[in-house]
Write a protein that binds this ligand. Structure first.
Ligand code: SF4
Length: 463
């Protein structure tokens, strides 16, 4: 081992039927980078989703990117996995080419490799990354973490074969501040047992600086969510809501802007508006004040939907002043039965009140994106159509979110019982691209028709 041990942090390529970069950044991995640095590691990051890799561009050309930091990734069509034969869509590997991936990994021999994971049905990128590390550095310990590893640790152990799986958050917040969670302590002992430094809670609660922040950086004020929607595994991943520090988020934002000129910032919060008097509002006031003093303007985005019920007029005004470019609301359904059964997110009254607060603050209706959830077990196409017509009448931008069964969510066992695929054994079947929970009351053709309708209705092309 060199004097200062080196950690190689890998953001794997993604295998999917479609992929768009809506602020898809390895935030958790780069937070781990901070924890490793605080414990004495030298950290090297390998981002397989980097769309600026020279060799990949030589082969496939530039991909289309937008000024707001979103855009496409490079794509290579792959043979259809045998289990998914019959799906009429191209299966592809997204990210830098394998040659670039391996040569960047081999630049130096690390003392440990840390691989993150996202959606459960993206696990093939983790398999590829572990296999590459075994080929290049056979005896170096490989640690897997992230969403898939946390929700399906047994599957990860068998299919990916890392030496250690971190299943859950590594830190926990309590009244005395932030400390290592039991999972963080377990990882710490594993590394120490190999004669390596472990992980430490860093002084600043922010991710390490990397060039993936150039086009857009990620902020997370709080972790987790106070609610327990049946279709979501937030509780399992974060164990409830934990308020963060507005100062840390603001300092990170300012330093990334000063170092890299970054102006686009996306929030990864599950519950940005919850407890906003303590965290979000102070953060917004700092941004507004800083913009006034420096003349700098920022663009903020919320790829995760916000809670309709926690919006206030003051929050809406401050968001507008700070530079929020669009507002995404988790509406899900206009059916009261839906909300009684699956979540307690919404009342019709609350929806219109929130919209009024936003439009009064200066947001136009087409800057408001309304998420509609479609394809839950037993949900009918007619219910989703009613919701689209209801929300579409308000001229908002509608976004139909196709449901994907999530292990660890309260409705997971119902999904396992009712799905026509063996989702408990094979995560590829969780992919919402081919509608795993299709049934006679809501078919794949219905889904395609409703997605089309959601685009047409707000433009007034159909009544
Ligand atoms: S779906 Fe949203 S509101 Fe519901 S538990 Fe998950 S993060 Fe919270």
């Amino acid at each position: 081992m060199s004097e200062q041990p080196e950690a190689l942090l890998i953001n794997p390529p993604i295998y999917d039927f479609a992929l768009y970069d809506l602020y898809l950044k390895p935030y958790g991995l780069l937070m781990l980078g901070s924890m490793l640095k605080a414990a004495g590691w030298k950290v090297r990051v390998l981002n397989a989703l980097d769309y600026r890799d020279d060799e990949t561009i030589k082969q496939f050309g530039q991909v289309k990117r937008l000024a707001d930091g979103t855009g496409k990734f490079h794509r290579q069509i792959q043979p259809q996995p045998p289990d998914l034969k019959g799906i009429r869509r191209h299966f592809a590997r997204y990210g830098i080419i394998e040659e670039s991936f391996a040569s960047a990994a081999a630049e130096s021999r690390p003392d440990a490799v840390f691989i993150t994971s996202g959606m459960t049905y993206w696990y093939r990128g983790v398999v590829e990354s572990v296999e590459m590390c075994r080929r290049l550095f056979s005896s170096v310990p490989v640690i897997a973490g992230g969403v898939y590893s946390s929700l399906m640790p047994d599957h990860c152990a068998v299919s990916c074969g890392p030496d250690f799986i971190a299943s859950g958050s590594l830190t926990v917040k309590d009244s005395s501040g932030t400390g290592l969670s039991s999972e963080g302590r377990r990882l710490d002992s594993f590394l120490n047992g190999l004669g390596l430094p472990g992980v430490r809670v860093p002084a600043e609660d922010s991710p390490i600086d990397e060039d993936c922040w150039d086009d857009a950086a990620v902020l997370r004020l709080n972790s987790g969510c106070p609610m327990s929607c049946s279709y979501c595994a937030s509780k399992k991943l974060c164990n409830g809501f934990h308020a963060g520090s507005p100062d840390s988020a603001f300092n990170f934002m300012r330093s990334v802007n000063e170092r890299r000129g970054t102006v686009n910032f996306a929030f990864y919060d599950d519950a940005l508006l919850y407890s906003s008097d303590d965290v979000f509002l102070p953060f917004l006031r700092m941004v507004v004040d800083y913009s006034r003093k420096t003349g700098k303007r920022f663009n903020f985005f919320t790829p995760n939907a916000m809670h309709i019920r926690y919006m206030t007029p003051e929050t809406a005004v401050l968001m507008r002043q700070a530079g929020f470019r669009e507002i995404r609301l988790g509406f899900e359904s206009s059916s009261a039965d839906f909300h009684d059964e699956y979540d307690s997110k919404y009342s019709e009254h609350g929806f219109f009140q929130t919209v009024k607060m936003l439009t009064d603050a200066g947001f136009s209706r087409n800057e408001i994106v309304v998420y509609i959830l479609a394809g839950l077990p037993g949900q009918t196409a007619a219910e989703v159509e009613d919701t689209i017509r209801f929300a579409g009448s308000g001229e908002f931008t509608l976004s139909v979110s196709e449901f994907s069964p999530v292990p660890g969510s309260p409705m997971w066992s119902r999904c396992v019982d009712e799905c026509r695929f063996p989702i408990a054994e094979e995560p590829l079947f969780h992919n919402n691209s081919f509608f795993p929970m299709e049934w006679s009351g809501f078919t794949y053709a219905d889904m395609q028709r409703l997605k089309m309708l959601s685009k047409e209705i707000p433009k007034g092309r159909r009544a």
